[in-house]
Design a protein around this ligand. Structure first.
Ligand code: PMP
Length: 387
């Protein structure tokens, strides 16, 4: 399979990460595994720039990470404000409702971000327990102003829960410095590990809110109370058992987090920004319109682009024939009108050019012709400047 995987997760993974998945599986209570798991938990704190947070890493997908945040922090009847930027914010509202929260949503048109002042006015009513934000909504390619929103929530004494599934380790995020309470994520995107891990870093304030609950957490598997002693034990070099950890995925996580930290988080954020800008230059050269209403609210981890006049959803299949895998739309109202290109983790300059070239050829094949190579040249110019 030589196709280049350029969807918004799962993404291409480093060969050393893939090799870790094929290693002999040790006992989950063996000294080897204890040291790897303990180290990976510490590394997750560093990646989230959250030295004071409690990390959780459990087998599951990003949706489980969403459920864990909600199951532990929200009790039936408590109020939650969802800053809604698309499909995954809708999902967060659904999770909150399942756990009995009273949900209020700050909404906006697809491609936009709810106004921070509007959010602040809602928070000022004083009765919200949590506010949730989707850092990057994978359905729209919209990036929310996470820092401003988290700080506003903090000022109003509201716990902030940020869904970083399509952002963590690709978009700037300083959990401790900003005072974000929960950063939740999954393995398969900018963290560079195949699907199967739900990860959260939880502030001391949020852990205190969990301790102060009046009702038990309804889900056993999602309960911080079951996992906290386990994670504490592994970090302290001891084994403990609640539910069997995904040993090989944890190996892979440790390898990938090691790579991330060697690159350095600021360098990594900057590289994702440069890659996104090279793609944006190519999209402009092709005359493609992004779904986010402006570059200031556009993600650096993916591009969501409307099909141009005369091109339909069969386009994604045409790009695949060119050796590059892209994704179709996901937003319920606009699904058939746009496509998505993921650019997370180890996307090299050559991957950028291969992807842009494949898009150019597939567009030409669909009857949308521009000057051959113009988009590749635009991306290349950007990559050379950034070098
Ligand atoms: N939140 C966001 C922003 C996502 O992009 C996704 C997955 N694409 C999820 C949550 C859910 O994660 P998963 O599919 O791993 O359950």
């Amino acid at each position: 399979e030589r196709d280049l995987l350029m969807i918004p997760g799962p993404v291409e993974f480093h060969p050393e990460v893939m090799r870790a998945l094929g290693a002999k599986t040790a006992s989950h209570v063996s000294p080897e595994f204890i040291s790897v798991f303990g180290r990976a938990l510490g590394r997750l704190r560093e990646v989230c720039l959250a030295p004071s947070a409690q990390p959780f890493v459990v087998a599951g997908s990003g949706t489980l990470a969403m459920e864990m945040a909600v199951a532990n922090l929200v009790e039936p009847g408590e109020r939650a404000l969802v800053v809604n930027t698309g499909y995954f914010s809708d999902r967060m509202a659904t999770v909150l409702e399942r756990y009995g929260a009273e949900v209020v949503q700050a909404r906006c048109a697809p491609g936009e971000v709810p106004d921070t002042e509007q959010v602040e006015r809602l928070l000022a009513d004083g009765r919200f327990k949590v506010m949730t934000v989707t850092h990057v909504d994978t359905s729209t390619g919209v990036r929310a102003p996470a820092e401003a929103l988290v700080r506003v929530a903090g000022r109003h004494g509201v716990l902030s829960v940020v869904d970083g599934v399509c952002a963590t380790a690709g978009e700037v995020f300083h959990q401790d410095a900003w005072g974000a309470d929960v950063y939740l994520t999954a393995s398969q995107k900018a963290l560079g590990v195949p699907p199967g891990l739900a990860l959260l870093t939880v502030s001391a304030r949020a852990m205190a809110a969990w301790r102060a609950r009046r009702t038990p957490v309804r889900s056993l598997y999602a309960d911080f109370g079951e996992w906290l002693p386990i994670h504490e034990a592994y970090e302290a070099g001891r084994a403990a058992y609640f539910a069997t950890p995904p040993v090989n995925l944890v190996y892979a996580l440790d390898v990938s987090l090691g790579h991330l930290l060697r690159e350095g988080m600021e360098a990594r954020f900057e590289r994702h920004r440069r890659t996104a800008n090279a793609f944006r230059a190519a999209w402009r050269a092709l005359g493609l319109r992004m779904l986010p209403v402006s570059e200031s609210v556009a993600a650096h981890t993916l591009s969501a682009l409307y099909y141009p006049e005369g091109v339909d959803a069969s386009f994604v299949g045409r790009v695949r024939e060119q050796g590059v895998v892209l994704a179709g739309g996901l937003h319920p109202e606009l699904k058939t009108r746009y496509f998505r290109v993921g650019h997370m983790n180890e996307v090299s300059p050559s991957d950028v050019l291969a992807t842009v070239g494949a898009v150019e050829r597939a567009l030409a094949g669909a009857g949308y012709r521009r000057e051959p190579g113009a988009a590749v040249a635009a991306a290349q110019a950007h990559l050379l400047e950034g070098a």
